[in-house]
Design a protein around this ligand. Structure first.
Ligand code: OOB
Length: 550
């Protein structure tokens, strides 16, 4: 079953991608048994004391898939998946894929605002959450959100403390019963590989939920090609520290790429240097991925020594701009090679080669992982710029879908009529074919790789009674790259503080990473000739305020 509203590729291209071997027409849910047949007793997933073999993964995901079917879930249903980097994340994801239930990859940091709007948009039938996580009661959150959703939505809970009204997911994973019968039953119900397998969230929404349906075919190709480019094989031990729900750590090549290549995945719910270095040493990790803000912390902490990091071969760094200076420090500090990655939930992934010379690895974001990726760099007039000149990057290809789910008006803006996705990124392409990201035209704030839509924040803030007009801009920051800075004009007789704004947004259930970290109240916001806040001038003003020491 196809969730209605997902935009398919044209038939002739679909045929070409099959003939070229990009699309293999195998549902992702069949992979765990394929892996188990080849290497059943090898450890696939490590989470602290928990070690699951490939066979465990197949058994447990089948058990959960069958019992989800027993609860009434069927192919094409959507569920909001909000789990931290724990072994259950992998089993739940594989179980959904097996049954054709489409998980929507929410982040642990998301709150009511995000869960409720995305849940309503995709018609979610359930939320899968931890009981509590980092002192936050996700179970309670899930019940609250479930009550707001149009259909009856169930709350599925991973943890010890499942309260009445919630379903105990761990109990459903117990691999007891007739394994062969269950396997055949699920094989017969396998979803179509051309259907949507997972929904990813776009980095930075505009208020309109931007949810990307990735098909079994396109997503398998995504993680298979990334794994090849990163040299993943049976000796790979991949450490997932970024949220596994993010395309980077999930499939670029990430968790799924490492498993597909026969490697081992180590899950860690935090990127803190001490925990990461301990895990690298204990599990002999060979590869990991990080955003620049995180890798900078590792580089700074590595000098303290104390841990044996010699197993580490590659660290993949992407999600936001990595300065050449930090890039050059990574290899010497961590004793491994850097691979830069420029990617997006919408599809296109570029990697610097695993053995690239420093010049390429330090100063470019690599080249597309597939020879069938198409790249076009255009000027403001929409026409291609001369080779090597900067412009907005448009892209199409075998793992870049043709539209967001269920938002035709937004698709008319984000995609061209002939299917190119407008990345909103300014890039230039070197004579050797490597992409260099040099800016962006889209209005978002990239805070340590987490994308915050300026428009979304402005809409929320403008609903505050004190606010007459608001504009959110990206404030440069040495630690996290950018932070949200808010400029406002207040209504006559009102005042506003940063705490007021933070308090209001938090009360409305907005994820913490989106909350503005600086507020400037102005008598008047500068405007462009068509009457929008002039963000260029606001940024200049921010620079001036910084110089004056504010
Ligand atoms: C990754 O995915 P998203 O969907 O969170 O964000 C995509 C956007 C890009 O359009 C670009 O604006 C920015 O993030 N970005 C970079 C970058 N990599 C991504 N900007 C500068 N330099 C880079 N290396 O962020 C993502 C998905 C898969 C793999 C890696 C990153």
């Amino acid at each position: 079953m196809r969730p209605e509203g997902a935009v398919p590729w044209p038939d002739d291209l679909a045929r070409a991608y099959r003939e070229a071997g990009c699309w293999r027409d195998r549902p992702l849910g069949s992979l765990p048994w394929e892996w188990a047949r080849a290497r059943g007793e090898r450890v696939a997933v490590v989470d602290g004391e928990h070690r699951l073999t490939y066979r465990d993964l197949a058994l447990r995901s089948d058990a959960l898939a069958e019992r989800l079917a027993g609860l009434g879930f069927a192919a094409g249903d959507t569920v909001l998946l909000q789990l931290p980097n724990r072994w259950e994340f992998v089993v739940v994801t594989l179980a959904c894929l097996r049954l054709g239930v489409v998980p929507v990859m929410m982040l642990p940091a998301h709150r009511e605002h995000e869960l409720a709007s995305i849940g309503a948009h995709v018609g979610a039938k359930a939320l899968v959450v931890p009981d509590d996580w980092r002192g936050y009661d996700h179970q309670e959150l899930a019940h609250r959100v479930a009550d707001t959703l149009p259909g009856p939505a169930r709350v599925l809970v991973v943890g010890e403390k499942v309260r009445p009204g919630g379903v105990d997911v761990r109990a459903l994973m117990r691999p007891d019963g007739d394994v062969e019968r269950r396997r055949r039953w699920l094989d017969e119900r396998a979803p179509d590989p051309g259907d949507v397998a997972v929904f990813l969230l776009s980095g930075g929404t505009t208020g309109v939920p931007k949810v990307i349906g990735r098909t079994h075919n396109d997503y398998e190709y995504n993680f298979r090609r990334c794994a090849e480019v990163c040299g993943f094989d049976a000796s790979t031990v991949y450490l997932a520290v970024l949220p596994a729900a993010h395309n980077f750590a999930l499939a670029s090549p990430g968790v799924l790429g490492a498993l597909h290549a026969g490697g081992r995945v180590v899950l860690l719910p935090s990127p803190r240097p001490e925990a990461v270095f301990a895990a690298v040493e204990a599990e002999r990790v060979t590869a990991t991925s990080a955003v620049p803000a995180v890798v900078l912390k590792w580089v700074e902490a590595a000098g303290d020594g104390g841990h044996d990091l010699s197993s580490l071969r590659h660290v993949h760094v992407g999600g936001s701009v990595l300065s050449p200076e930090v890039a050059a420090r990574i290899g010497p500090a961590l004793g491994c090679r850097l691979q830069q990655v420029y990617g997006m939930a919408e599809g296109l992934i570029c990697y610097t080669p695993a053995d690239a010379p420093d010049e390429v690895a330090h100063t470019t974001q690599g080249s597309p992982v597939s020879p069938y990726d198409e790249l076009l760099v255009v000027g403001p007039d929409g026409r291609p710029v001369p080779p090597g000149e900067p412009g907005e990057l448009l892209t199409r290809g075998p793992y870049t879908p043709r539209g967001y789910f269920g938002v035709p008006a937004q698709n008319a803006v984000s995609f061209t009529p002939d299917g190119w996705y407008r990345t909103g990124d300014l890039v230039r392409i070197t004579p050797e074919g490597h992409v260099v990201v040099c800016g962006r035209v889209k209005d978002l704030i990239n805070r340590a790789g987490e994308k915050v839509s300026a428009g979304e924040i402005e809409t929320l803030v403008q609903e505050m009674p004190e606010v007459a007009e608001a504009a959110a801009v990206a404030m440069p920051d040495p630690e996290v790259g950018e932070r949200v800075c808010l400029f406002v004009r207040v209504r006559p007789g009102h005042t506003l503080t940063l705490d007021d704004v933070a308090g209001s947004l938090t009360a409305r259930g907005v994820a913490a990473f989106k909350i503005p970290e600086r507020l400037e109240v102005l008598d008047e916001l500068p405007h462009t000739p068509i009457g929008k806040p002039d963000k260029k001038r606001l940024l200049d003003l921010l620079g001036l305020l910084a110089v004056r020491g504010r």
